[in-house]
Design a protein around this ligand. Sequence first.
Ligand code: IPD
Ligand code: CA
Ligand code: CA
Length: 264
Amino acid sequence: MNIQQTAIDAAKQAGELIRERAGNIASVETKSSLFDLVTDVDKRAEGIIRRVVSEVYPDHCIFGEESSDGDVGDVSSSHEYVWIVDPLDGTTNFVHGVPFYCVSIGVVHKKELVAGGIYDPMSDELFTAAKSEGAYLNGRLMRVSGEKRIAESLLASDFPANEYRQATVNGMLKLSPLCRNIRTAGSTALELAYVAAGRFSGYWELGLKPWDLAAGVLLVQEAGGRVSDTLGNPYTIETSHVVATNGLIHEELIGHLAEANATG
Ligand code: IPD
Ligand code: CA
Ligand code: CA
């Protein structure tokens, strides 16, 4: 089994648990803030991913949201392969019964993304990408959308569970009269997958973690889009303020965010 197939296997097994446990959550706790939630299902899903991956790749490092400390840059300096795992992205939606969340697994080799898989267990949509091999939705090649201007774009963003909510509001106030519309769907990874699939023209958010981004970034890049930080610098695994678009609207979006004081 190769890396891509193992990522898919792990994401699907974790997704099965999440689907079974939707509406039947045993515990909800808070983490870094009152608005940052974790459930027993997040933790169990990460355990499944850890088991599946380590059986096949015992020497790879697994950097998972619910069981890893430290800095992704340091971890990637000391390990050739790192699996960057968000076992349940969109936990707030999961807790409230809103069926928009996913499992997200990105794999880096020497700090470069090489494979990614995002699985939406409720719609049974599997988004995958491997470096230089394109991006796929349930096995069919996917491409970013073709909007050339913000005026014809459907954008997405989210309010993080940290100090960047005001800056997000600044960006929304600036962009909402200028674009077709803005969605705040509550799962960064799945929204990035939607950019890759051409459903959203672009996405931005501040204050994210490596596991929110890794798989989705590779999907967008391999689907022909562009990913940078909010100042326009190329994405690295340490980026936390992100802009991901179809490429065509990228500069225009970054310009508006800068004017609105909505960059990180
Ligand atoms: C969150 C989601 C949300 C984003 C937050 C993330 P979690 O991840 O991706 O869309 O706005 O910044 O923390 O906690 O559900 O894994
Ligand atoms: Ca997340
Ligand atoms: Ca999570």
